[in-house]
Design a protein around this ligand. Structure first.
Ligand code: FAD
Ligand code: FES
Length: 284
């Protein structure tokens, strides 16, 4: 069985949207969950957050980082497998004032899915903060959580959208203006999440943040995605991927996520060379 890709659109210079037919996944999806994608039968499994699940299809924002994500943008019209939905979804209920944040690297898929689901519940006041590298790199309007948020704030890291450079700047302003934040959902690079977790500890705000860890099987068998949470070992693929950041051992999580940087770089260079007529120098 294969899964047909029905849409691939570039969103900015490195991100693209992929929409794929995957009815069983779409019917059971809860925001915060992810899927494992396989581009070939013998290939690796790639974890990916789901942005939208509708009409038997799921959509994902994918960033061209290395071999698989580049190959997928260029060549593929189907997936060999779309496994999921995996992990724990978030509870869709009344939270009060909820802030949903994403940084310039990750979290936009969860931001969209969570805002959309929480909007349906009375009593939620949703503030969405989405960060982009610059005003020029903002996704097209229809892929933003703007549609579902009561307040929507766009931030550019280079200052082209106002004085705030990241979501922590905005959160600090909200607190300064006496806004009581009842809950925060968020995604971002692990070092960014570590910083925001100190903020949440300081103001005692419950939260759920997507903690990306290297995943191999996505089903709790290999142990690759383990992290320490409240002094206990957890598996990001089964117990997460969203955790209350106040209890995550961020230093260990950051170290583990960077464990295969060298191998990933080699695979990327190999792929880039093969697709550019060969280049021998780096292999020597
Ligand atoms: C729960 C979860 C949700 C994710 N959601 C998204 C998303 O919505 N959009 C998106 O673009 N990416 C997402 N990722 C990251 C995505 O899995 C990697 O970008 C992808 O595996 C890159 O593969 P590559 O071969 O193109 O690049 P590589 O060169 O192999 O890797 C580039 C970088 O991607 C990360 N990565 C690589 N392999 C894995 C792996 N097996 N598990 C986790 N991270 C890996 C590492 O940070 C690595 O440095 C998510 C990861 C997790 C764990
Ligand atoms: S990815 Fe293997 S246990 Fe989580």
């Amino acid at each position: 069985m294969s899964f047909k890709i029905v849409r691939k659109d570039d969103l900015d210079s490195i991100d693209y949207l992929v929409e794929v037919e995957a009815k069983e996944v779409a019917d059971r999806f809860v925001p915060g969950q992810f899927v494992m994608l396989m581009t070939k039968k013998e290939g690796e499994r790639v974890p990916m957050s789901v942005m939208k699940a509708e009409d038997g299809k799921i959509s994902m924002f994918i960033r061209k980082l290395g071999k698989t994500s580049k190959e997928l943008r260029k060549n593929l019209d189907k997936f060999e497998a779309v496994i999921g939905p995996l992990g724990q979804g978030v509870k869709i209920k009344k939270y009060g004032t909820v802030v949903v944040v994403s940084d310039a690297v990750c979290g936009h898929a969860e931001n969209y899915a969570i805002c959309k689901a929480l909007k349906k519940i009375d009593g939620n006041h949703i503030i969405s903060i989405q960060t982009f590298p610059s005003a020029k790199e903002v996704y097209p309007e229809s892929y933003l959580a703007k549609e579902y948020a009561d307040e929507y704030i766009l931030v550019a890291e280079d200052g082209t959208l106002g004085e705030d450079r990241n979501y922590l700047d905005v959160l600090n302003k909200l607190i300064k203006n006496d806004i009581k934040i009842d809950f925060i959902f968020g995604g971002g690079k692990l070092p960014t999440l570590k910083k925001i977790s100190s903020f949440m500890e300081k103001y005692n705000i419950p939260n759920l943040l997507t903690v990306r860890q290297i995943m191999v099987d996505g089903s709790g068998m290999c142990g690759a995605c383990r992290l320490f949470y409240n002094d206990e070992m957890k598996l990001a693929c089964i117990d997460g991927p969203m955790f209350d950041g106040r209890y995550v051992d961020w230093d260990t999580a950051i170290k583990r996520y960077g464990m295969f940087k060298r191998e990933e770089r080699v695979a990327d260079l190999d792929y880039t060379c093969k697709n550019n007529g060969g280049c021998k120098s780096w292999q020597k």
